[in-house]
Design a protein. Structure first.
Length: 510
């Protein structure tokens, strides 16, 4: 900006000189040659100066958000237009497409939001495999384990996943079960495509690789005779120790394009929610709540369920527990997948877990979508939901209230200091915690003299997430009063930290 002001001063000087030259011409025609020489030199100097727009471009000190995807171009950000809009409103300089970033001359980005999984892409991998401490990347190594349809369906969760058999590995088990239960209908799925159709056992291709068959939920809860699903936006911010959140402010509620009954397995629009689904604002029993009373999708569903005598919290409680179990079941696989990556604190990932509900309010997980659709190409009314989800995520991980990490230790301490994460445990002053390695008391690992530098950073990141989470609800670590506690040492210690922080400050209790 100083450079631009200097140029303006220079231009004013040119005008002043020119005015003086004009007066000189009037006074003395013999000075024409001198005047021409003066103007020529001034013109040459002006030509050598950078244009104001170029100076502004090169001196742009805003944080950089690189937004990429196969379909991304500068004039057509497509499905990530709302991501770009939120970053822009937060003061970021947004660059659309990796190619534009690579040709921009910039050495670094502050955050890289890419639609596709980048770690297996030879072009993208160099950008994400060794991020700097200040950088954020919107994918987590190994996230395919919890977003894989096959992996989820056959993970043997204790809650919320319809019975499934992996093919062709479990072909014999499926044949045996289907003969014992001939009336059960099934769907055959794979990771590669979305084509889903209800089938009887003799209609299933049992030798098709990388597929599975799953029991069809035959008694779905209907509203206005339409089946619906519930999409929950979920964020993982750490693999080890595990930290997972869901967006509690709203949920994506989608209805099938056609009425469910009379049921026809050949008409998939009756039981599969497609891209051209029926939105809440068009449903006869719900549209007034959403359109006139300005309810959210979630509160609209809650109100309706209460009106017909059902308790919606039964649904939400199951959803939270199912998501917890999914991440617990795949955590060891994710840790293994991430072992060769550095600076794991730089990674986070948004996904959307889709559920259906039966008439008894039992909840079933259908799939977890990596890089869920955030485009309003079909329904512009979804803009508010998408942008609030994005903003809440960026707030959670510290990008919505960013402080320049280059400003040094004092700036970082302004956000969170060692004193904020220390617990002041009396046990830390006792003999039993004097030797950190020999002590059998797990709580001792949270004493200041026992904390490793790495875990101290983990506590600081966790502290900031808890304060910045907006409408994000923490699923991991579990609440201190949760009967099911983690088994991995790192997860146990972080749960203990939350338990003790909760005693001193209720903000950390949930």
């Amino acid at each position: 900006m100083v450079e631009v002001n200097s140029q303006l001063v220079f231009l004013v000087a040119v005008v002043a000189i020119s005015f003086g030259v004009y007066n000189k011409l009037q006074r003395n025609a013999e000075d024409i040659a001198f005047v021409k020489q003066e103007l020529s030199e001034l013109e040459e100097r002006l030509r050598s100066l950078p244009k104001p727009s170029e100076t502004l471009k090169n001196s742009d000190e805003r944080p950089v958000a690189l937004i990429g995807g196969i379909s991304i171009s500068p004039d057509d950000p497509v499905h990530l237009s709302h991501v770009e809009a939120v970053f822009r409103r937060l003061g970021y300089r947004t660059i659309l497409s990796v190619d534009n970033f690579l040709s921009s001359g910039l050495k670094d980005f502050d955050v890289f939001w890419n639609h596709e999984y980048p770690f297996s892409n030879s072009k993208l991998r160099p950008l994400v495999e060794n991020p700097k401490a200040k950088q954020k990347v919107n994918h987590v190594p190994g996230s395919g384990y919890y977003s894989s349809k096959v992996q989820l369906a056959t993970a043997n969760l204790s809650l919320g996943v319809p019975l499934a058999f992996r093919l062709p590995d479990q072909k014999a088990e499926f044949i045996k079960y289907s003969k014992e239960n001939p009336s059960i209908q099934w769907v055959q799925k794979s990771n590669a495509h979305r084509n889903i159709k209800v089938l009887l056992p003799d209609q299933i291709n049992l030798d098709k690789p990388e597929t599975f068959v799953q029991k069809f939920v035959e008694d779905p809860l209907l509203i206005d005779n339409k089946k619906f699903d519930i999409g929950i936006y979920t964020v993982i911010t750490s693999i080890s120790p595990l930290r997972v959140y869901i967006y509690e402010g709203d949920a994506l509620i989608r209805f099938c394009g056609k009425e469910y009954e009379p049921f026809d397995p050949e008409d998939v629009d009756r039981y599969v929610v497609g891209d051209d689904y029926t939105p809440v604002w068009e449903m006869p029993s719900l549209k007034e709540l959403y359109n006139e009373r300005k309810f959210t999708f979630k509160s609209t569903l809650n109100f309706y369920l209460k009106k017909i005598g059902k308790h919606p919290e039964i649904i939400w409680t199951q959803i939270r527990e199912i998501i917890r179990q999914v991440f617990e079941s795949q955590n060891s696989n994710m840790i293994s997948a991430a072992k060769n990556y550095k600076n794991l604190r730089s990674y986070f990932e948004l996904s959307r877990f889709d559920f259906v509900v039966d008439t008894n309010l039992n909840v079933y997980l259908m799939e977890a979508n990596m890089s869920p659709n955030l485009s309003t190409g079909h329904f512009i009314q979804n803009r508010l939901l998408y942008e609030q989800v994005i903003f809440n995520i960026l707030s959670l991980i510290g990008l919505a209230n960013r402080v320049d990490s280059d400003l040094g230790e004092e700036a970082e301490e302004m956000l969170v200091s060692d004193r904020d994460v220390y617990l002041g445990l009396p046990e830390c002053e006792e003999e039993k915690c004097s030797s950190c390695e020999k002590s059998k008391l797990e709580l001792c690992r949270l004493c200041p003299h026992c904390l490793t530098d790495d875990f101290r950073k983990t506590l600081k990141a966790t502290f900031l997430e808890q304060l910045n989470r907006q409408q994000m609800r923490r699923l991991f670590p579990r609440n201190p009063d949760d009967e099911q506690q983690p088994q991995r040492p790192e997860d146990k210690i972080l749960s203990l930290w939350f338990r003790e922080k909760c005693k001193a400050n209720k903000v950390f209790c949930d």
